[in-house]
Design a protein around this ligand. Structure first.
Ligand code: SF4
Ligand code: SF4
Length: 163
């Protein structure tokens, strides 16, 4: 009994190893793959061009993309098309990151949010309005009215192919 009490008192003096989640949160590892986000360019245009390569690469068939035509009067993204519907079924997602790897414009990114809980199935389907990030400071919301002939390329030209 004394030996047991000694262990109890000894442990009372050692630093705590538990974390008081959710009040305290431990930063995740650099390569952690959490909830997806659809990114924007600095001017507010959406990076997603509705090509559906992410949907084709997804091994669990979790992504649904429907694209529509951009015009200079009503532009959502550079190039011809944008994703008018973009949905991820998080009940199917296995967080493999293949969608991120397949994306030619780095539009879909698995970020650091791991607090994913749903009370019904419909809530687990993340639609475009839930996935897309806020418009950056200095940018404009989509759709934008743009100059003709400026945003003709769907995939941005890179200086270095390793960029
Ligand atoms: S992380 Fe993997 S499973 Fe999840 S949506 Fe992307 S490709 Fe599909
Ligand atoms: S997220 Fe990327 S791969 Fe998926 S539809 Fe948009 S541009 Fe294409």
């Amino acid at each position: 009994m004394l030996r047991g009490l000694f262990t109890t008192f000894k442990e009372m003096l050692t630093p705590k190893v538990t974390i008081q989640y959710p009040e305290q949160k431990r930063p995740v590892r650099e390569r952690f793959k959490g909830r997806h986000e659809l990114k924007r360019y600095d001017n507010g245009l959406e990076k997603c061009i509705g090509c559906a390569l992410c949907a084709a690469a997804c091994p669990s068939n979790a992504i649904f993309v429907e694209s529509s035509e951009n015009t200079d009067e009503e532009r959502y993204s550079p190039g011809e098309r944008y994703a008018s519907t973009y949905e991820i079924n998080m009940l199917r997602c296995i967080f493999c990151g293949f969608c991120e790897d397949a994306c030619p414009t780095e539009a879909i990114v698995l970020e650091k949010d791991y607090e994913l809980s749903y009370t019904d199935r419909a809530e687990a389907i993340l639609t475009k309005d839930k996935l897309i990030v806020k418009v950056p400071a200095g940018g404009s919301p989509t759709p934008q009215k743009t100059e003709p002939g400026v945003f003709t390329r769907s995939v941005p030209q890179m200086k270095d192919p390793t960029d």
